[in-house]
Design a protein around this ligand. Sequence first.
Ligand SMILES: C[S@@+](CC[C@H](N)C(=O)[O-])C[C@H]1O[C@@H](n2cnc3c(N)ncnc32)[C@H](O)[C@@H]1O
Length: 216
Amino acid sequence: MNSRIDFSRVVRVYRFLETIVFGRKLQGRRCAFLAEVAGASRVLVLGDGDGRFAVEYARLNRRSRLHMVDISPGMQRVAQKRFSREGFSLERIAWTIADARTVSIDGPYDLVVTHFFLDCFKGSELERLVTRIEHCMTADGRWLISEFQIPQRGIRRFLGRVLIGTMYKFFSLFAGLSTQRLPLYAPVLQANGLTREKQQTAAGGLLVSEIWRKGQ
Ligand SMILES: C[S@@+](CC[C@H](N)C(=O)[O-])C[C@H]1O[C@@H](n2cnc3c(N)ncnc32)[C@H](O)[C@@H]1O
C-alpha cells in the first residue's frame, strides 16, 4: 500500500492541465448520467477532488445527503470553497479526509460516485475496496463511474497508451501514486454482484461513463 498519496501538490494545476488536454470532455463524462442518478438520497462520493461533480449534483438534488471522502486535504479545501461560492452550506455535507482503502464507512448509500478514481488502485487493492464499498450500498444501490480506457485498436490505441502512461508518470512524481496501469474494474464489480446498467464512451473510446446497479 502506498501511504504517501496526496494530490494536494497538483491541485493548482489539475484543472488547467485537464482543460489543455481534454477540454470539457472529462466534465462531460462526470455529468453524463447526472439526470439518471439525480434522485438518490444518500450519496458517497469517493475522490471527487476539486468537487466539480459534487456541486453539480447538489445543485440538481438539494435534498440529497453527500459524503465526500478524499485522501488529499488540498483537494477537499478546493471542493469546500467551491460549495461555499455556490451558496451551499458546508454543514449539509459530510467531509472526510481519509484513505478510501482503510476508512470506515457506514452507509447505506443509494448512490456511490467514483470519477477517475478507480484508476488510482492496483488489482488487489481495488478488489478489497470494491467489496467494502458494495457492503455500504442499499440493496438496489447504484454506482456511477467515469474512467479512462485504452481504445481497442489503431492509432487511437497507441495515443491512448502514451497519454495514460504519461498521466501515471505525472501522478507518480507529483502525487505519490504507485499505480502504473489502468485496472480492469468491470470484472471486480461483477464479482461483487453489480451489473452494468448503462455505458457511454467518448473521445474515440478513451473515456467511459457507466452506471452499475447492485443486484440483477
Ligand atoms: C485522479 S483524481 C480524480 C479527481 C476527480 N474525481 C476528477 O474527476 O477529476 C483522484 C482523486 O482521488 C483522490 N484519491 C486518490 N487515492 C485515494 C485514496 N486512496 N483514498 C481517497 N482518495 C483518494 C485524490 O486525492 C484525488 O482527489
